[in-house]
Ligand binder design. Structure first.
Ligand SMILES: Cc1cc2nc3c(=O)[nH]c(=O)nc-3n(C[C@H](O)[C@H](O)[C@H](O)COP(=O)(O)O)c2cc1C
Length: 200
């Protein structure tokens, strides 16, 4: 009888332990999204805020929004996703943004180890005119990311989110902000898949 009671007790302890283990909430680390941008008159900054807002809407996402010149090595190398925004200057990215991208090597020595490999990357841009370099600006940013073996994604538009800021379409309108939020959401979603793996 005593033996039966002991085995029952042992069985109950094992079962409880197993159940507790199975229901223990997973400790998941945050998905780190870095939004880096250049902006002189505030348009690209508004898009950066909307990208950040979109990313923050994804469960577990932790967003850092910084001007390109202020990004630290820890923020760059510790990010799961890097989203870069630039105004169009002469049909391409601003020099400040190119300098930031070049600094990945000069300051942080990303090559030849490919330290940014498999981080999710995306781009956004603002330009004064409807068709005067926004897509080329985003593609140039994405090309640098591809060269770093990052996982490039779009969202908001075919190459990222963009806004026209002058002429008949001054400033940033709600549709452009919505595209930027879409981009941020997609970046954080995909980074979550890369970091945590797809859930069945
Ligand atoms: C030096 C310079 C060059 C520019 N070149 C272009 C251009 O080629 N195409 C375009 O659409 N807008 C061009 N613009 C306009 C800016 O891209 C646009 O105003 C942008 O929204 C500014 O962004 P920000 O407010 O974030 O500084 C240029 C602006 C400057 C200052």
């Amino acid at each position: 009888m005593r033996q039966v009671l002991v085995s029952l007790l042992v069985g109950w302890v094992c079962l409880s332990y197993g159940v507790a283990e199975a229901t223990e909430p997973e400790t998941v680390r945050p998905i780190k999204v870095l939004v880096a941008y250049h902006s002189l008159s505030g348009n690209t900054e508004k898009m950066a805020q909307a990208v950040s807002e979109g990313a923050r809407g994804v469960a577990g996402a932790q967003v850092t929004m910084k001007r390109v010149g202020q990004v630290t090595g820890e923020e760059l190398l510790g990010a799961d996703a890097i989203v870069i925004g630039s105004p169009v200057y002469w049909s391409n990215m601003a020099g400040e943004v190119k300098t930031f991208i070049d600094s990945w090597q000069f300051k942080f020595g990303v090559f030849p180890e490919f330290k940014l490999k498999n981080k999710v990357g995306a781009a956004f841009a603002t330009g004064g005119q409807i068709s005067s370099g926004k897509e080329l600006t985003m593609l140039s940013i994405l090309a640098a990311m591809l060269g770093n073996q990052m996982i490039v994604v779009s969202g908001g538009g075919a190459f990222g989110a963009s806004a026209t800021t002058e002429g008949n379409s001054p400033g940033i309108d709600e549709q452009e902000l919505a595209a930027a939020r879409d981009l941020g959401r997609r970046v954080a979603d995909v980074a979550g898949l890369v970091v945590r793996g797809a859930k069945p």
